[in-house]
Design a binder for this molecule. Structure first.
Ligand code: PMV
Length: 368
């Protein structure tokens, strides 16, 4: 490790960094983990654009590690617990933090009550800032081999995205995928060279142009906080009798989806994406204890989407995260038709008619 990372922090070392980072929506789902945030199967996601966290980190030399967290302008230690835990558990990677006091200010561009999980966006935004602080300290770019040599680094740039993905994964599994533009694959698979359980890789150069135009209309069925956290959901996979079959199926889906993404095969894309969403929820329904996160209106929306596709042959499909909201995915070329469909047939199933127009995006952005 570089001496500037392990040695004394220079007097007067202080400043502020800021990063925006997006959420992502998985097509092949990560559900079940082992060890230190190692996925039981690989997953693939679209990086989103509009649903982002914006995180600023003020830092200042101090006698010992200090941490304060503000959300939407208000001090909110409860919201900062996950970041603080990540930092204290991983101090070996960031020993310089023992001599820094951090003030983190974060906000999301999507409403807190939209039922959209913010851990992928908030953790990746925080990690990007943390890596920038490390690079300021070393005077080196964090893409240098001098820093954390155990993590491979094929990606060059002001901040090594492979490392950012590695640390984001330690903070929150699915956050590993948020640092890459367009689409990412996280988890080792024989079907993609360079894939790893420890960090995600970019799929940007291996997808048909149609997928770079994809839109995601997030239909808010309920803004309530979900009754079972994803941490608890992952843990329940350990006793799930269908887990081995699920992991085998996810690996097959990765193989087939990678091929479909390359050729622009929308039928296969639709088939796998919807099956994965329903499998995720089926796994919840056959956990012990079992639970259901979909609501009646989630099903109403799914049925309406399938009927509309059947009738109009529009290549649109749905996916679900670990919650009741439905993500409607479609190519940009269908935007006008789909906007009318949402207005005429779907908005009535949304909580206070709410939905968020998102699309595939370009990953984290430096704010300061
Ligand atoms: O990153 P976590 O631990 O919040 O798990 C996310 C799991 C899903 O969102 C349901 C699926 C996924 O791959 O993002």
């Amino acid at each position: 490790m570089n001496e500037a990372i392990t040695g004394p922090v220079p007097n007067g070392f202080q400043g502020r960094v800021g990063w925006a980072s997006p959420s992502n929506i998985a097509l092949v789902k990560y559900w079940g983990k082992r060890g230190k945030q190692i996925p039981q199967n690989p997953s693939i996601s679209f990086t989103l654009s509009e649903c982002r966290s914006e995180t600023f980190i003020g830092f200042e030399k101090a006698e010992h590690f200090g941490f304060r967290f503000f959300f939407d302008g208000q001090e909110n230690p409860a919201f900062g617990v996950k970041i603080e835990k990540f930092l204290t558990e991983n101090l070996a990677f960031f020993p310089f933090l023992n001599q820094l006091s951090l003030t983190v200010e974060s906000r999301n561009t999507f409403p807190h009550s939209s039922g959209i999980a913010s851990s992928a966006s908030s953790m990746s935004a925080f990690v990007m800032g943390l890596m920038e602080i490390a690079s300021l300290l070393t005077g080196l770019s964090t893409s240098s081999r001098a820093w954390l040599s155990s993590v491979p680094e094929p990606v060059e740039g002001p901040i090594n995205l492979q490392k950012a993905s590695y640390f984001s994964r330690l903070a929150s599994g699915s956050a590993a995928r948020s640092v890459f533009p367009k689409m990412a694959l996280w988890g080792a698979t024989p079907y993609y060279e360079g894939s790893s359980d420890e960090y995600a890789v970019s799929l940007e150069n291996d997808i048909h142009p149609v997928f770079k135009t994809y839109r995601d209309a997030i239909l808010i069925v309920s803004g309530e906080t979900k009754s079972v956290s994803s941490r608890a959901g992952h843990a329940l996979m350990e006793g799930n009798p269908y887990a081995p079959a699920r992991y085998a199926q996810a690996n097959e889906n990765i193989k087939d989806l990678l091929a479909a993404l390359k050729t622009g095969d929308l039928d296969t894309f639709i088939n796998i994406t919807e099956s994965e969403a329903l499998q995720l929820h089926a796994l919840m329904m056959c956990s012990n204890p079992s639970y259901i996160l979909m609501k009646p209106n989630s099903l109403n929306i799914i049925n309406a989407i399938r009927a509309f596709r059947e009738e109009t042959k529009t290549p649109l499909c749905f996916t679900l995260d670990a919650g009741p909201n439905v993500h409607l995915l479609y190519p940009d070329s269908e935007a006008e038709k789909v906007a009318n469909f949402i207005k005429d047939e779907l908005v009535k199933y949304c909580d206070q008619s709410r939905w968020i127009a998102d699309c595939v995006g370009n990953g984290p952005k430096k704010l300061l």
